[in-house]
Design a protein around this ligand. Sequence first.
Ligand code: 13P
Ligand code: 13P
Ligand code: MG
Ligand code: MG
Length: 369
Amino acid sequence: MRITFSVIKADVGSLVGHHTVHPQQLEVARSSLSKAKNEGLLTDFHVTAVGDDIQLIMTHQKGINSTQIHQLAWDTFMEITEKVSRKLKLYAAGQDLVATAFSGNMKGLGPGIAEAEFEERTSEPIVVFMADKTEPGAWNLPLYKIFADPFSTPGLVIDETLHSGCTFRVMDVMEDKFVDIDTPDEVYDLLALIGTPGRYIVHSVYRRTDGLFAAAASTARLALIAGKYVGKDDPVMFVRCQHGLPAVGEALEPFAFPHLVAGWMRGSHHGPLMPVSIKDARCTRFDGPPRVAALGFQLCEGKLIGPSDMFDDPAFDKARATANEITDYMRRHGPFMPHRLGPEEMEYTTLVSVLKKLEGKLKPASELQ
Ligand code: 13P
Ligand code: 13P
Ligand code: MG
Ligand code: MG
């Protein structure tokens, strides 16, 4: 059975600053998708939230970039904004809906999308990863480890079907171009690009033996859509697992290392990505630290069986403790880089006005005594 798996997310306003969502927002989302399921548009859905971002996890048979599905997600986010966010004066109502109206599909409108169409296998485990207070490039490092690092995924060495490696499709979000890179042969080329996560972002991954689709990530950058810096796009991705693909534990393993990502306070700081359960996916300290949650599903004729809350596990306590250590360490830098992002990556800055104020006082270096 061919199935399309679509994860579409947006921040449409939140409870207590950028902290979490309001339960009524999720109710509106569930009732909207439930109606679409009853009408036969969706096969199944699951609505969840990580921090102030709402994720619509949907299965259907309309293919990728379907106007009907994207319109459903857009209308759902608009309805939440009107019926709940504005009514309750939640913070930054409609935040990610940067376009004024829907136009054919979601690309360029603000919400993040990860989607793919594939043949459902005999058994189809999928893990959906969702982050708050960071950007799409945050998945680069974990995706590299899952699909190209044998020290993290031994399946690359010992599983016959994975042994030929994977193809990474990488977006250059500045130039709006993409390139396919084969690993392990071109692994250094891949790293040369994706080590710059603000520009080169992994879009999807395929198994090389047969081109089987393995993972998809959201790559939208609001800044580039709006033409000026308007903040970070809290990203989503999903990974198909087992039977010739990374095992579920191999997909989770990279998150035992809370790597540094861009985002956090005012979208303008580096901080550790902390793996948490859905119940702990609410940002607090310094509006963070940035968080990632993961829900695991089994597909059954397109139905979403589950979910299981994958980081709701003491096995990730050490990663959380390390993330808290890193949080203390980074915070001690105050307004200094590299805790604070470079000027070109900051959500907003006073640099221009400070320089203007100092204009009259600026003297040529040759006048230095
Ligand atoms: P499969 O090859 O059947 O996915 O099993 C591998 C496994 O899960 C071991 O961790
Ligand atoms: P969000 O991108 O999650 O809305 O957070 C914005 C922010 O400014 C946090 O300090
Ligand atoms: Mg927000
Ligand atoms: Mg957010």
